[in-house]
Design a protein around this ligand. Structure first.
Ligand code: FAD
Ligand code: NAP
Length: 342
């Protein structure tokens, strides 16, 4: 037996909102064999399976009647190297920020703008994590996953993962099919920095940091610590909504009515609106209702002050969406997934 199965396990410390729900069955998998065993058990008892990383991008709305499997595989290895690049394979249960810092320590560059994003390596491809002008796909080589449909381990390329803006095949058409076990990255040995995202350069100047990947990482950490609530102290899942992408025609119309609107060019013919700005304009920034609310420093982050419930948070989210729709005619889409799936 490679799997220790717990019953009625509280998930409060396994989700960054800190919602107090329980899993009917819960186990941590430290090996591929343990994952296979969990799948066999879940399938033979027709149990709904939730694959869990560090729980920083989901909303546990109620007790989970099925099987919650925390993927805890550990290990980082260099599998190939040239004069300019290195190929690094990381296990899904590694902590993302720990992995980024390990890479920087070895002199392997490319992930520094993604410093301090909470969560595991295995969940990072699920929404193609992104921040400060860089996305996971920019350094991605391939990943290995257990295919629940066949029981086989498969290798998926960038194309197969269909990465988009906070999107991938794992969130979309093949949701629930793959359990990611390892992610492999191609990183650079040459120190080249990406400070094009406005706030980084200013922060580097302010802190007198060198123009190195380590300097960028420190600037990003400093910006994030100043603006985002630490889930250990205040329950949250980062951005609650995605930045909506609208047609250039709709944007031009909005720009006439709201000249201050914050927006950035997106793919051809489309513009990305800053969801945080839209929400703030509707008066929600810092709003609190009982134990849930909107963060005082970033309107895109909904928070649980402690003792809040998911239904209260989702009710608030609904009202935010309605007010943004009424004022701007723009639909907001939630970023974290809801479990049990409604
Ligand atoms: P979980 O929340 O455990 O899982 C998320 C989803 O992935 C679930 O659907 C789960 O089933 C699935 N999943 C998890 N592990 C696996 C696996 N091994 N195989 C298959 N499916 C799996 N995100 C960004 O993109 N950019 C940011 O800058 C950012 N900042 C954040 C800041 C804060 C303060 C917080 C709380 C969150 C932030 N996030 C950000 C969101 C979150 O950190 C990322 O989405 C992260 O990748 C989630 O990792 P996790 O291990 O916690 O995933
Ligand atoms: P910010 O710097 O205040 O910027 C507000 C919004 O404008 C961001 O959503 C960002 O879009 C966009 N933006 C700013 N400068 C841009 C540029 N030069 N080019 C294109 N778009 C630009 O944002 P923030 O809240 O402090 O977050 C900083 C970064 O961390 C962002 O990249 C954000 O996505 C990321 N973050 C993500 C989460 C999450 O849970 N997903 C949580 C916290 C922070 P983008 O979001 O597309 O970058």
């Amino acid at each position: 037996m490679t799997l220790k199965i717990l019953e009625h396990q509280s998930l409060q410390s396994f989700n960054s909102f800190g919602f107090d729900v329980a899993a009917r069955y819960f186990a941590e998998a430290h090996s591929l064999q343990a994952i296979s065993e969990a799948l066999r058990i879940a399938d033979s008892h027709a149990l709904e399976l939730l694959v869990l990383g560090e729980g920083s991008n989901l909303i546990l709305a109620d007790d989970l009647p099925g099987f919650v499997l925390k993927v805890a595989l550990q290990g980082i290895e260099v599998i190939d190297e040239t004069a300019e690049t290195v190929t690094v394979r990381a296990s899904a249960g590694e902590n993302w920020h720990g992995f980024v810092q390990w890479c920087l320590g070895q002199g392997y560059f490319g992930l520094e703008n993604l410093s301090l994003i909470p969560g595991s390596v295995g969940a990072a491809p699920v929404q193609n994590i992104g921040a400060y002008g860089v996305e996971l796909k920019d350094c991605f080589s391939h990943l290995e996953a257990l295919d629940r449909r066949t029981g086989e381990v498969v290798t998926l390329s960038t194309e197969a993962c269909c990465f988009g803006y906070r999107e991938s095949i794992f969130k979309g058409p093949e949701k629930g099919r793959y359990i990611i076990t390892h992610v492999t990255f191609t990183l650079s040995k040459t120190s080249r920095v990406n400070t094009s995202y406005g706030a980084i350069e200013a922060e580097m100047k302010r802190l007198k940091l060198p123009a190195t990947p380590q300097g960028v990482s420190r600037a990003v950490c400093s910006l994030r610590r100043a603006k985002l609530p630490d889930p250990v102290a205040l329950g949250n899942a980062g951005s609650f909504f995605k930045n909506p992408v609208v047609s250039n025609a709709q944007f031009e119309d909005l720009k006439i009515r709201f000249p201050e609107i914050v927006a950035y060019p997106d793919r051809d013919g489309f513009t990305k609106l800053a969801a945080g700005w839209l929400i703030e304009q509707c008066g929600w920034k810092g709003f609190r209702e009982g134990a849930v609310g909107v963060h005082v420093k970033q309107a895109l982050v909904l928070v649980n002050y402690g003792g809040g419930r998911a239904d209260q948070l989702l009710g608030l989210a609904q009202r935010i969406c309605e007010s943004v729709q009424r004022r701007f005619g723009v639909e907001l889409e939630m970023e974290p997934g809801i479990y049990p799936v409604p």
